[in-house]
Each structure stands twice: as C-alpha cells, then as structure tokens.
Write a protein that binds this ligand. Structure first.
Ligand SMILES: NC(=O)c1ccc[n+]([C@@H]2O[C@H](COP(=O)([O-])OP(=O)(O)OC[C@H]3O[C@@H](n4cnc5c(N)ncnc54)[C@H](O)[C@@H]3O)[C@@H](O)[C@H]2O)c1
Length: 447
C-alpha cells in the first residue's frame, strides 16, 4: 500500500495542527516521557535510527519523514551492507539534498551488533528486522530510553514474548512511545466499525468469525556467494520458524489481531491442523504452506484462522465476524471495504470507496504527534498478546494438540537463540540432501 502523496508535502503548520488534533482525538495522554519536554512544541529536530534496512524498514523511514518535517535519519544498521546501501540509495533520492538523510559512513553499521551502535545515536528508533530479533532490539532501545516504531511480530517464540513483555514494562515506566505495525488498529475502516460496534452495539455480542490470509505466497531468496549458513537462513528468513515464526505470525497475525481487538479477549484454547503440500522444496525452509486454527475465547466466541500460501487457490485476505444482531466483513484491497449487515442482509454501514490515510502513514503520524506533545502511546500489550495468540496457533498446528493460553504463555520452546552473533550455530540444520526439518503433527512437540 502506498502512502498518500498528500502526506509528503505537509508543512510544519499543518503538522502542528494535525498533531493537536490527533492527540485530542485519542492518543492516550500521560505524564511527560523521558526527554519528551525537549521535543514538545514541534520545533526541535528529532533524529531517527533505522535498524533493519529492508523493504519495510525503508518504507517506514519514508512514513516517518512524511509524518513530521522536523525529523531526520542519522544512523542506519543492517546485517548486510548491500541491503543498507540499497535502502540508503532509495532514501537519498528524496531526502539527501534537504539534509533529512544525514548518515555519513561512520553512522552506517553492519553485522549482528550493528543495532547496539546505531540505537544510542538517535531520539527515535525504527525496528524493522525479521521478527526473531525484535525482543533483543526492543530491549536495547528501551534500555537507552528511545521512543520507537516496531514492526510486528514482536517475537517468534514464547520466551521471546516474555522477554519483550518484561522490557515493555520498563518502556511503560519510562513513558516511551511505542507504536507497532499491526496497522489495522490505525486504519480508519476498522476504527470506525469498532466504534460502531462498541458505542452503538450494532452487531451485538460476537459469537464467531474467520480471520483469513490466503494467497499465492511471497519472495524466496537463495544463498549468495560468501554467505554462511546462519546468514542464509536470516536472508531467506520468511521460511525459517526460528526467525520468522511461520506465516501465522507473519501475515495471518493481522487478521487474528482484529478478532482479538473486536472480541475484547484473547483465546483460551487453540486447536487445528496444517502442513506442506505445494511449497515443499529446500528453498522453502521448514514452515507450513497451510494452517487452519480454531480459537475458542473465554466468552465462548469461536474464530477460525486460515493461512495458506498456494498458487492457483482461492485468495482472500480479511476478517468476518458474526454477532447476535448482525455481521461485519472486512475485505477487498487493504481490507478497506468494511460492511456491517443485519441478519436479513440489509447493509447498516458501508465503508467502501472512502479515501482514508494509509494506516502505515497514520501509525507514524500519531507516533510523532505524541512524542511532540508529551503523550504516551503504548501498543506493546496487545501486540505481545496477539503475537502469543499466533504462536499458540502455530503450536497447535505443528503438534496437532489442543493448546491453552497458559501453555503457550509459559512454553519453554525456545526457537530463537537469546543472542545471535556470527559464531552462533544455525538454529536448524539441513539433512544430507539439503532439506530442513519440518514439523509432523502427532509427532512433534508443540513449538
Ligand atoms: N505491517 C506490515 O504490513 C508489514 C509489511 C511488511 C513487513 N513487515 C514486517 O517488517 C519486518 C521486516 O520485513 P521486510 O519485508 O522489510 O523484510 P526484508 O528482508 O526486506 O528486510 C529485513 C532487513 O533486516 C535486515 N536484518 C536481518 N537481521 C538483522 C539483524 N540481526 N540486525 C540488523 N539487520 C538485520 C536484513 O538484512 C534486511 O535488510 C518483518 O518483521 C515483517 O513482518 C510488516
């Protein structure tokens, strides 16, 4: 989704106006965060460090710079130099001349400890590496008292979720602003419908629904010359559970998050099934190409979450919720097509065709508005719990067992090493034919 062009040309006056509006409209007001007084008033320059300079990192940097004319990027960190250079080149086309990309050679960092060097140099950090690294990078940013934008998921295993949650407590104490890339929470269609459901009780109590991300799949990256096995797995990260979490955490998490948000609870149990039928080559690492999870919530609602990556099959990305009085369906491009109906099929609300600000842009607009005004946005709690919901689904799918919330939360199945450096043994090892271990339901332990 491309952020609206309108966003790229805001003036400082527009920004200050919008800042006050956004804060007035719902950003949680708190006492001043660490260092917030220095930024209040919207006149000081805020500096950014970008950690993980891939597709989303570069996109998020653009979103940040569009959100607030007083920002500049001062440090960049990536595991690989070529990825950092590509991102720098892309950003430099737009922001070098104005000085808003101010990253000389000595503030470009590569390698596993690059984040440790970049984080202290900025006021705000953008964390956009593959998700396995998120707990360690988040912890470091919190330690240094940085506001941040963090991509989802916030971890790939339960020990990682607990590590993130512990650091999130410290972030809360320090009143750090943290927005997280479950961007449907910043999308107008979802917000509008959520408000109607809550304030007008328009669909009644939610009893069931589906959360679906079915499509043909994403990129595959092959091993490049000189890459170690560990680096290869991180390069082709989508297919390695330890660093990516499986497709449930990567994509279906967005749909699952909507169900958690709208139902207002987290599931008590998960059971389901999954496997690999189509994506079976070595280049697809170890993750499943389909999962079907049934989540049961404490209040009785049952949600089925489907995630499938198989070309030439029915594609759908969206959510559908059934309440005692009506239904809501989010579908279409970017799920902006939100329709509420009663049980006779009459449309009660239709969001289709409305021009909304991109949620990718909105999450940055609100982050920087809040930092400037001394507000406190904290997306960590629901993001950690939605990540755990997705992990719970994966545990059920991989093992074929029923998994409870407590079992997921307390699980010691650690996939992501606590610390990774160049000498860390690759967390999974291929067999003599180059195939990686794939979970077998009924045989594999939940993980
Ligand atoms: N919210 C959304 O809709 C959305 C969309 C796309 C991606 N994402 C998320 O953004 C994150 C990144 O995805 P992407 O598509 O940009 O992937 P990507 O592969 O394009 O970029 C990841 C970058 O991180 C770098 N990296 C890997 N390990 C690192 C480490 N330890 N230290 C520093 N750099 C490291 C890689 O070299 C790469 O440049 C993922 O968590 C993904 O889920 C979210």
């Amino acid at each position: 989704m491309n952020p609206s062009k309108k966003e790229s040309s805001i003036t400082r006056r527009d920004f200050v106006k919008r800042t006050s509006a956004a804060v007035g409209a719902g950003v949680l007001a708190g006492s001043l965060p660490v260092g917030a007084s220095a930024f209040a008033g919207g006149s000081d320059t805020l500096t950014i460090a970008l950690i993980g300079c891939g597709g989303r990192g570069t996109g998020a940097a653009n979103n940040a710079l569009r959100a607030d004319p007083g920002l500049k990027i001062v440090a960049m960190a990536d595991l690989f130099r070529d990825r950092l250079d590509r991102s720098y080149d892309s950003l430099s086309r737009r922001y070098l001349e104005s000085g808003r990309l101010d990253v000389p050679e000595e503030r470009k960092f590569t390698g596993f400890d690059a984040y440790k060097k970049a984080i202290p140099l900025a006021d705000v950090v953008i964390l956009t590496t593959p998700p396995g690294f998120r707990p360690a990078h988040f912890e470091e940013a919190v330690k240094h008292g940085k506001h941040m934008f963090c991509e989802k998921a916030i971890a790939t295993d339960a020990p990682g979720v607990r590590r993130f949650m512990k650091a999130a407590e410290e972030a809360r104490e320090k009143k750090l602003n943290v927005t997280i890339g479950l961007q449907r929470r910043y999308q107008n269609s979802y917000r509008t419908v959520y408000q109607k459901i809550r304030d007008e009780d328009i669909i009644g109590k939610i009893l069931s629904g589906h959360a679906t991300w079915n499509d043909a799949g994403v990129w595959v990256r092959h091993k490049e010359e000189g890459m170690s096995e560990l680096e290869y797995q991180i390069h082709n990260w989508f297919y390695f559970t330890w660093v990516a979490g499986d497709q449930i955490l990567e994509q279906n998490i967005h749909n699952i998050d909507i169900c958690n948000w709208f139902i207002g609870e987290y599931p008590a149990t998960a059971q389901g099934m999954g496997g690999r039928e189509v994506r079976t080559g070595k280049e697809y690492g170890q993750i499943f190409d389909h999962n079907f999870i049934e989540y049961t919530y404490p209040g009785g609602a049952v949600i089925s979450a489907q995630s499938r990556h198989q070309p030439n099959t029915f594609s759908r990305v969206g959510e559908h919720l059934q309440g005692t009085k009506g239904t809501v369906t989010f579908e279409g491009e970017n799920s902006n097509n939100a329709i509420i109906r009663d049980h006779n099929g009459n449309t009660l609300y239709d969001h289709y065709g409305l021009e909304d600000v991109s949620p990718y842009q909105q999450e940055h607009n609100e982050l920087f508005a809040s930092i400037r005004s001394g507000g406190h946005i904290d997306d960590t709690d629901y993001s950690a719990k939605t990540t755990l919901t997705a992990i719970m689904g994966r545990m059920a799918s991989y093992s074929g067992q029923m998994i409870t919330w407590e079992e997921a939360l307390n699980s010691d199945a650690q996939l992501m090493p606590f610390e990774v450096n160049a000498d860390t043994p690759p967390p999974v090892v291929a067999d003599e034919n180059g195939f990686y271990p794939v979970p077998v339901p009924g045989v594999s332990e939940p993980h």
